[in-house]
Ligand binder design. Structure first.
Ligand SMILES: Cc1cc2nc3c(=O)[nH]c(=O)nc-3n(C[C@H](O)[C@H](O)[C@H](O)COP(=O)(O)OP(=O)(O)OC[C@H]3O[C@@H](n4cnc5c(N)ncnc54)[C@H](O)[C@@H]3O)c2cc1C
Length: 374
């Protein structure tokens, strides 16, 4: 079997790339170590822009999806709510969502092989070669969509030790019907709990009768995560959001790179990186599904232009840098990093407390919820 491209990783970045290539009449091979539907640690918060990019109409999506017209933010004991006229974001279950996208890519003509672990990647002047635990594959180009530990990024991405990693833990639980009914007043909107030292945030995130509770912090390798998680759980229990009799699934941990501090090599002869493999999650919110999907689309377009007309893949890297920056902290992150902690907390307090600033700076600029805001 000959392929036009090999996509390593079948998450939203890889499945979007493969789907676009297949719908354009090309033959991509997708390799993923996991067997889908697979568990993916993630709150499952998606923006309208991400759904539009992947051409999903939320009203017609056949699996779990909860539209949100509000979001609450808590900091230093104060709770602030922002409301929109229509849905400004959605909650999905990653196990379902990722499987849906991957099956759609397969239906479009991608050869999807799950349970195949990629162990090595190399490019020559003639081809890209991908070694796996099930043999070797070759194609004109390889797309690295293998997430935080993508083997394509490891082999070709020139990853710097200066990269900042977000460490996160979450628990996703399906509530018993009586518990879901009793908690309904809390489950209309996601709630974010900003950490007192501003190094991350916790979340209480409903989707249908599921609730996802989690916390993520930058520089989290200092071992502070369990303590922060317990503080969040105590607050949720004390406020009635997680009554003591409601069991929740065990917390699971994960690390991922946010677009900070050190650029990766995003493309070169016969390869490009998308999503977490490219380190594209937003630096302050950690939102990574949207960037994975958008970069998957762009990578597919770049690969098609290269296959058809020989246009170098470097253009893809330039486009990603134009959209997401070069891998340095964003404007807000740079400003916050320079000011003393006490001043930063005051700024955050003021921004969160002011309705327009909260909407524009926090939700539009940081969480990418601009599109649907009224
Ligand atoms: C706790 C937590 C909560 C989050 N919450 C949100 C959220 O609410 N909203 C949001 O937008 N983002 C969130 N993110 C970020 C988001 O999950 C990622 O940015 C997103 O999954 C990136 O998609 P991707 O396709 O690049 O990679 P992934 O979804 O990680 O997919 C990569 C795939 O590659 C496969 N793979 C890896 N290595 C190999 C190998 N060697 N061989 C073969 N296959 C391999 C994996 O099995 C996996 O299926 C969260 C992250 C964490 C950790």
């Amino acid at each position: 079997m000959t392929y036009d491209a090999i996509v390593v990783g079948g998450g939203p970045g890889g499945s979007t790339t493969a789907w676009r290539l297949a719908t354009a009449g090309r033959r991509p091979l997708v390799l993923d170590a996991a067997v889908f539907p697979r568990v993916k640690i993630c709150a499952g918060w998606v923006t309208p822009a991400a759904l539009a990019d992947v051409e999903i109409d939320p009203a017609k999506y056949p699996l779990t999806i909860q539209p949100f017209t509000a979001c609450r933010l808590a900091f230093e004991g104060a709770r602030h709510e922002t409301r929109w006229a229509g849905a400004a974001s959605y909650g999905i279950l990653r196990r379902e969502f990722d499987h849906y996208l991957l099956e759609r890519a397969a239906a479009a003509g991608a050869d999807v092989r799950c349970g195949v672990r990629v162990t090595g990647v190399s490019v020559t002047t003639r081809a890209a070669r991908v070694a796996t635990d099930r043999g070797e594959f070759e194609a004109p180009v390889v797309i690295g969509a293998g997430g935080h530990r993508c083997p394509v990024a490891a082999a070709l991405g020139e990853i710097s030790s200066r990269e900042e990693v977000v460490v996160a833990q979450e628990s996703e639980t399906q509530l018993a019907p009586a518990d879901a009914a009793a908690l309904a007043r809390f489950m209309d909107a996601p709630e974010l709990y900003v950490e007192p030292d501003l190094r991350g945030y916790g979340w209480y995130f409903p989707k249908g009768d599921w609730v996802n509770v989690g916390i993520g912090v930058t520089g989290g390798t200092d071992g502070s995560l369990p303590q922060r998680r317990e503080a969040l759980l105590s607050a949720l229990r004390a406020s009635g959001r997680l009554p003591a009799h409601v069991p929740i699934a065990p917390f699971k941990g994960h690390a991922y790179v946010v677009r900070r501090q050190a650029p990766r090599r995003l493309a070169g002869p016969r390869f490009c990186l998308v999503g977490d493999a490219a380190g594209l999650a937003r630096d302050l919110s950690g939102e990574g599904i949207g960037p994975a999907i958008r970069s998957g689309r762009l990578a597919a377009d770049a690969v098609l232009a290269w296959l058809h007309e020989g246009v170098a893949l470097d253009g893809y890297a330039r486009e990603i840098e134009r959209l997401y920056g070069r891998g340095e902290p964003g404007w807000i992150g740079r400003r916050l990093a320079r000011i003393p902690d006490a001043v930063a907390r005051t700024v955050v307090r003021l921004v969160l407390g002011a309705g327009v600033a909260r909407r524009r700076i926090v939700f539009d600029a940081i969480f990418g919820m601009k599109e649907a805001a009224s």
